[in-house]
Design a protein around this ligand. Structure first.
Ligand code: ADP
Length: 502
């Protein structure tokens, strides 16, 4: 499979290029940066190291692309998105291999992500013709209050490495459906899938409607600043860390952009006293171990009632031990890969080390020898950290989103509101989970949880159909669903007067 990925890269990518104005272009500086397989650190490709100058060129290309694209009919946009969807699904297998190569995630997860990514293109193809305004005739016979919905214009999409395709299609699918043009900046760890998507989009959209500006970590701030500082960029959609989101928010203030920010969470996972423990453990695994714990909606803080605590820990540890850790490009049956890079792996090691220093914590690591067998690299052993309830706020893997296969669990006693208070005591509010035997109890808790997304007896909650986004410090706006397209539209109110001839 590794050779598959390389053949595909060779087929689609001239090395060292980004995609601007419908052309494959080198960086103004002529510099490039390396993309590696996180499971082995083997080099996969060199990609253009673009900077602020390249970004301004891409914005100008998007302005030109916007002129053509915004004039198309909604039905034409729907057909184009559908064609992109079909192209992605035709190449599903190689795209999945490419994604596993640069992100390290299990191949089964990559295959599922390609289909999930394509589902956003299909969804927004269907949404495009449903963008309609309104007419209000209620204020008097001499006038009509008309609202037309217009594409916002050039939109910047800054995407993360954990879902390198799905986050791109979720943003660009919505923007393009609205008639807006986009400049995408993919994450430095995973630019190849973004370039592959652009390659598949060639000839479908007018030149400049979709642009991809690649840059290394060191260059991200310059590119980000150029996007924020531009008056032509009217919307910015970002998925990533809270710190970078806050920086983009602040930097966008002078140009007063419309922002959609999908930032970090620290999701509570509440197991009530009447929960089915096997279901709770299965949901915990599905949420926590997906992409080795590197999703924004991964369960993070497990709040488990004392009456089911022992059984839950036993069921969970059994499943954690059963995970097959491996280099996912070589081992198709592996369901746990490495973390994306050494920064992530070192951070996970620091969180576990800090938890060891907290009195009363109990730590179970399940794959220590396997990590050594695999040569270390960015592999992190799935780790269960049991934290005494009175020490949770001293334990960093409790107070921080871990983005690693670390399960922090605390035991509570008493009524459901005790669990609710712990769950809500965090400044973030992206996802939350409840496992309950009595659905009415689960529902009541779901309504009181401070999160934009709640799973009740269900851990897989992301769908193209759903409005995805957070509250509190987890962000602004919604993606996907019926609301996702709104981020790339402006409402214009036109008052049509002089209608009363009598
Ligand atoms: P992580 O720490 O998990 O990599 P980040 O929030 O740093 O998450 O990265 C998400 C995306 O934001 C990536 O595409 C990254 O390159 C980008 N990024 C990081 N810093 C900036 C910045 N100052 N401006 C624009 N994009 C940035």
């Amino acid at each position: 499979m590794a050779s598959n990925a390389r053949t595909y890269i060779a087929k689609i990518l001239k090395e060292g290029v980004g995609y601007v104005g419908g052309q494959w272009v080198r960086a103004a500086s002529k510099r490039e940066f390396e993309v590696v397989d996180p499971a082995s650190l083997a080099r996969l490709a060199m990609v253009a190291e673009m900077n602020d100058e390249d970004t301004r060129i891409a914005i100008a290309a998007a302005e030109a692309g916007f002129k053509d694209w915004s004039r198309t009919t909604a039905r034409e946009r729907a057909r184009a998105l559908r064609a992109w969807h079909d192209a992605v699904m035709r190449e599903q297998e190689v795209l999945a291999v490419l994604m596993t190569a640069e992100s390290g995630k299990p191949l089964g997860e990559s295959r599922a992500e390609v289909a999930y990514s394509a589902s956003f293109l299909e969804w927004f193809a269907e949404e495009a013709p449903r963008v309609v305004g309104s007419v209000d005739s209620g204020v008097g016979s001499d006038r009509r209050l008309v609202t037309v919905r217009q594409p916002i214009g050039v939109s910047a999409c800054v995407t993360p490495w954990n879902f390198p395709m799905a986050m791109l299609t979720r943003k660009c699918g919505a923007a393009l459906a609205a008639g807006s043009a986009v400049v995408v900046k993919p994450a430095e760890d995973t630019p190849l899938t973004a370039l592959a998507l652009a390659w598949l989009a060639q000839g479908i959209f007018p030149a400049g409607a979709l642009n991809v500006v690649t840059t290394s970590r060191a260059g991200a701030e310059r590119v980000g600043a150029a996007l924020c500082d531009s008056d032509s960029v009217r919307a910015l959609s970002f998925t990533g860390s809270t710190a970078v989101g806050q920086w983009l928010y602040e930097r966008s203030a002078p140009t007063v952009k419309k922002l959609a920010l999908e930032l970090g969470g620290n999701a509570p996972f509440v197991v009530l006293d009447d929960a089915d423990v096997e279901l709770a453990a299965a949901c915990a695994m599905a949420s926590k171990m997906r992409n080795a714990g590197q999703t924004c909606i991964c369960a993070d803080r497990f709040i488990v009632h004392e009456s089911v605590y022992g059984d839950f820990i036993e069921a969970l540890l059994l499943r954690m031990r059963g995970l097959r850790m491996g280099r996912c490009l070589e081992d198709e049956s592996a369901n746990l890969g490495p973390l994306v890079n050494s920064r992530a792996a070192n951070r996970a090691a620091d969180l576990i080390a800090q938890a060891r220093d907290v009195p009363g914590t109990r730590i179970s690591e399940t794959h220590v020898e396997r990590v050594a067998d695999l040569g270390g690299f960015n592999f992190v052993s799935p780790t269960l950290v049991e934290v005494p309830l009175d020490r949770i706020y001293q334990t960093r893997c409790w107070t921080n989103e871990t983005f690693a296969p670390i399960v922090a669990v605390a035991m509570y006693s008493g009524p459901d509101d005790r669990a609710l208070a712990i769950a809500n005591s965090d400044p973030t509010g992206l996802a939350a989970y409840v496992v309950a035997g009595n659905l009415a109890r689960g529902w009541r808790l779901a309504e009181k949880l401070e999160a934009g997304i709640v799973g009740v007896n269900e851990a897989i909650v992301s769908h193209a159909h759903a409005n995805f986004g957070g509250i509190k410090q987890s962000g602004l706006g919604r993606e996907g669903g019926s609301r996702g397209i709104d981020e790339f539209l402006e409402d214009k109110y036109i008052c049509l007067g002089g209608l009363d001839s009598s």
